[in-house]
Design a protein around this ligand. Structure first.
Ligand code: ATR
Length: 275
């Protein structure tokens, strides 16, 4: 009897060794006394993925690198955000119909709300021009930020995103004329992440009202965050975006907005340290 089966959830990507999503979702599943389990699906390729989801009656999936775009052709429907971004990080199996969502936007905004005084009139710098950068730009436009500059090592990728959104311009990689007068600086590159070089951006001459948001969460305190802290700038770490996107995914699957307690945050921080 299907209704009594344990509902399978999970994350689809490759590699998944460092994914914190199972720890987080299994904690929420337990706290909410749901008969469900969240696993890792580290697949080499996506062939027959839609058949597999339906046959195994998988209730929902998160999708990560390298499948956020590649998964789209296997889905029946996309929500507006996923369609605009052409990127899916959450799948909901609704009675065999596979729906794609992108909760990175709500996740980013969840973190951004932690900033007490965000000056929307000052320029925002987005470092990087990959998939994560586009969801950040989309989020910033959604809340009415009007002056957004994308700086990326490969300028053409920045231009491609800038063309899609109003109030967004591509600039050269690390242009201090703009960085030093920014209201908000967001790192969306892989730089600063474990195994990558650190981000070669200095906050030395930024204003005291500049806010810093690094979406990297492994480690939680990147060199950029450490510098912001040292300069007593308001900052947001990638842990917030990670928690925010997960909360939205959980809500899509169960119609429950799970709680982010300080106990949960310390549990995740501990797990990240062991990676
Ligand atoms: P995601 O979808 O997670 O954003 P991605 O598309 O691989 O991942 O994007 C990675 C980002 O980090 C890009 O902006 C990339 O810059 P390029 O477009 O020039 O590749 C940036 N990045 C990665 N390594 C970098 C490095 N060593 N120096 C500067 N930027 C780097």
């Amino acid at each position: 009897m299907k209704s009594k089966e344990k509902k399978i959830l999970g994350i689809l990507g490759n590699p998944l060794k460092q994914s914190m999503s199972p720890v987080l979702h299994n904690y929420w599943i337990k706290r909410n006394e749901l008969d469900s389990y969240y696993s890792k699906f580290e697949l080499e390729k996506l062939n027959n993925i839609s058949v597999a989801i339906r046959t195994l009656n998988i209730k929902g999936l998160n999708v990560t690198i390298p499948y956020k775009k590649k998964i789209i052709k296997y889905l029946d429907k996309l929500d507006k955000t996923a369609a605009v971004l052409q990127s899916v990080n959450t799948i909901h199996n609704k009675k065999g119909k596979l729906e794609g969502y992108n909760t990175d936007v709500q996740g980013f905004l969840f973190g951004l709300r932690k900033i007490r005084q965000l000056n929307k009139k000052k320029p925002t710098i987005v470092l990087g021009a990959g998939g994560a950068a586009e969801s950040v730009v989309y989020s910033l436009r959604l809340i009415g930020m009007r002056e957004i500059y994308i700086m990326n090592r490969t300028k053409n990728r920045a231009k491609k995103i800038a063309k899609k959104y109003r109030g967004v311009e591509a600039k050269n990689w690390i242009d201090y004329n703009l960085i030093n007068k920014a209201g908000l600086i967001v790192n969306t590159t892989s730089l600063g992440m474990i195994g990558y070089p650190s981000l070669p951006v200095s906050l030395e001459n930024t204003t005291k009202n500049t806010k810093v948001y690094d979406i990297v969460y492994n480690p939680i305190e990147t060199a950029l965050i450490k510098e912001a802290k040292q300069k007593k700038l308001e900052y947001v770490t990638g842990l917030e975006m990670f928690l925010g996107q997960a909360q939205e995914s959980f809500n899509i699957w169960f119609n429950i907005k799970p709680k982010v307690s300080s106990y949960l945050i310390s549990k995740i921080k501990e797990n990240i340290k062991t990676l």
